[in-house]
Design a protein around this ligand. Structure first.
Ligand SMILES: O=C(O)CCC(=O)C(=O)O
Ligand SMILES: [Fe+2]
Length: 236
């Protein structure tokens, strides 16, 4: 295995890695510009509604596959029926580098092929309850990038929503990757810390999080969508 040394890299648990300040300020600004564009459409950013009728406080726009609680589809039936935008190749490349760096394993990066991205926007009051990213049919890692205000990110275990968990501050530019034994761990964002982003970033309020995933569904050439089986995240 290759060793790619990254200062500040911290293993939060087996398979969960936090790299503070992974993206430099220019990369952060470029990503934010892209997020603003994606938020406009073809499927605009929206707050998803859970099967309980509860509306999430986080607003989300998707690339590759549209996520709605709790499944992926090519078109956004709960928004405007349009097909979501494709993932740009540079974003897939960024995901590969993120996985290679987090796991210090070039081969893991090379084989990583994210096909769905969720861009989450949190205003100062938004939060995300403890949940598992379990609508994917693949156990490949989830890559998470943070921009704007810092937040409290709670990363737990695969069995319960409660303890044991680790509280991590995710700030603008941070990378968090969870795979392997940590892939289906519960996690959430109990709090965003308002006005903590550098003014030069150009995001005056709020936090943006980009998560990349592998749905395990893109091999289906017919474009059929498969219902997912794990629907226990009503708490989101
Ligand atoms: O905002 C974050 O850091 C986490 C987002 C998340 O867990 C999700 O989109 O499933
Ligand atoms: Fe998640």
């Amino acid at each position: 295995m290759d060793t790619l040394f990254t200062p500040g890299r911290r293993e939060i648990g087996d398979g969960a890695v936090h790299i503070p300040g992974w993206l430099d300020p220019a990369q952060q600004r470029r990503l934010l510009t892209a997020c603003r564009e994606w938020a406009r459409g073809p499927v605009p950013m929206r707050a998803a509604t859970l099967p309980s009728g509860h509306r999430m406080s986080v607003r989300t726009v998707c690339l590759g596959w549209h996520w709605q609680p709790y499944r992926y589809t090519r078109t956004a039936g709960d928004v405007n029926g349009a097909r979501v935008a494709r993932l740009p190749p540079w974003l897939i490349q960024l995901g590969k580098v993120a996985v290679a760096t987090a796991f210090e394993d070039r081969a893991a990066g090379t084989s990583y092929q994210p096909d769905a991205v969720l861009v989450n926007f949190y205003d100062g009051h938004a939060r995300m309850g403890m949940h598992r990213d379990a609508d994917e049919q693949s156990a490949d890692p989830v890559v998470s990038l943070s921009l704007g205000d810092a937040c409290l990110f709670r990363f737990g275990n695969a069995e319960t929503r409660g303890r044991p968990y680790v509280d991590v501050t995710l700030a603008s530019g941070d990378l968090f990757v969870f795979g392997g034994p940590a892939r289906f761990a519960y996690h959430g964002v109990p709090k965003v810390y308002p006005n903590t982003a550098a003014p030069e970033l150009g995001l005056t309020n709020g936090r943006v999080n980009i998560t990349m995933r592998v749905t395990g569904m893109s091999h289906d050439r017919q474009g059929r969508t498969s219902p997912t089986t794990r629907r226990e995240d009503e708490n989101r």
